[in-house]
Write a protein that binds this ligand. Structure first.
Ligand SMILES: [Zn+2]
Length: 154
């Protein structure tokens, strides 16, 4: 375990899971935009490429430019990318390793039978020999339990 950590607001975590379900059995892919290790937006990249639906995670130059423009529009930075592993564990594949860039966070969500399952985050080692698991910190959404809700008028 490295000392890398990525904070995901509840809305961004939900958006990644929903994107993975939506594109199942194909992979989904998107950009993680934020600052200082905290995501402000999970921004979906198109699921259909010139080669058809995404089967393997690959960020193309056009995706990269679009993600950087989106980050600039939000006054934030491109922190990394997310993608799904349909019916596979939330661990990077050799293909992911071969196509990863240093310094970026890579979030992977496993989607089993169309349902989102484990979600993990990884960083490439400086020597690019492997990924290291980081800590994915999911922020909780608004409290929804009756005890936590503000008391209404009586
Ligand atoms: Zn992958």
């Amino acid at each position: 375990m490295s000392d890398h950590a990525l904070t995901l607001p509840a809305g961004a975590a939900a958006a990644i899971r929903a994107h993975g379900s939506e594109t199942y059995p194909h992979e989904c892919c998107g950009a993680l935009i934020g600052r200082d290790g905290a995501v402000v937006e999970a921004w979906p990249l198109p699921n259909t490429t010139e080669e058809g639906p995404r089967r393997r995670f690959l960020v193309r130059p056009g995706d990269y430019r679009a993600a950087e423009q989106r980050a600039a529009a939000l006054g934030a930075e491109l922190l990394g990318f997310y993608h799904s592993h349909p019916d596979h564990p939330a661990r990077p594949s050799q293909y992911d390793l071969d196509h990863a860039w240093p310094f970026f966070a890579y979030v992977i969500v496993s989607v089993q039978q169309g349902q989102p399952a484990d979600m993990t985050v990884w960083w490439l080692r400086e020597d690019r020999s492997a990924f290291e698991a980081g800590s994915l910190i999911e922020e909780r959404g608004e409290p929804v339990s009756p005890e936590a809700a503000p008391a209404g008028p009586r």
